[in-house]
Design a binder for this molecule. Structure first.
Ligand SMILES: *Cc1c(COP(=O)(O)O)cnc(C)c1O
Length: 217
């Protein structure tokens, strides 16, 4: 597919939704991709990237940050509390704040390091038992507890159940963000980013449609 085609499709989706083109932030999800693919996307000017694993990101990004100005890194995978320190050092945004134990660790690290990544609360919009995320009903209380710790989450993130139509999940996330006064919505991936844009996504996370299929070999 490639970066340019995705950007064209984003602009078209923004326009179709009556939104100002250029509002949606494209996060290029580079997890597990071969370095040459990531470098060609960096060469093409993309600067916002998403990673799922702290250790993998730590191995790859410091060198690229030295070579390419203005790189912005987003953590979009499950975050273990014992990786909070490295995550706060490395990432400019964390999309997977999903429990109080992690909130406490992040608050501690943000205070110690004087660095504040943008925070998104992950919501388990499908009530899936195996999936991370705060339940919709628990969101107001969770947000209040985060604020008590001095954290200031500015958005919500979801990964709809694979078998579902994603649109009702995007709508639920949008409604929850509105009700809770949060401006940012991280939703939409390769298969559904255009519907996410139609439903108000501010951040879309697109991997395989830019880089090609992932090989977990
Ligand atoms: C891997 C991943 C993506 C990107 O998925 P694609 O289908 O390749 O676009 C987006 N969001 C999260 C949370 C992911 O783990």
């Amino acid at each position: 597919m490639g970066l340019e085609q995705i950007k064209t499709r984003i602009t078209a989706a923004e326009t179709a939704a009556g939104r100002q083109p250029g509002q949606v932030r494209l996060i290029a999800v580079s997890k597990v991709q071969p370095p040459d693919r990531v470098e060609s996307v960096l060469d093409a000017g993309q600067r916002v990237f998403g990673e799922n694993y702290v250790q993998e990101a730590q191995g790859k990004w410091p060198a690229w940050r030295d070579r390419f100005n203005g790189v912005e890194l987003h953590m979009i995978g499950p975050l273990q509390s014992n990786k909070a320190k490295q995550a706060v050092q490395l990432f400019d945004a964390i999309h997977t704040l999903d429990r109080m134990s992690l909130a406490r660790k992040l608050a501690q690290q943000i205070a110690e390091q004087g660095r504040s990544p943008d925070l998104f609360i992950q919501v388990n919009t499908g009530d899936e038992p195996q999936k991370a995320g705060v339940l919709a009903d628990e969101l107001p209380g969770f947000l209040a507890s985060c604020r008590d710790l001095g954290l200031d989450p500015q958005g919500l993130m979801c990964i709809p159940p694979e078998a579902d139509d994603p649109v009702p999940h995007f709508r639920l996330l949008r409604r929850l963000a509105q009700e809770n006064g949060l401006p940012n919505l991280s939703m939409g991936m390769s298969a559904d980013f255009e519907s996410a844009i139609a439903e108000g996504a501010t951040h879309i996370r697109v991997g395989s449609a830019i880089f090609g299929a992932r090989d977990y070999g």
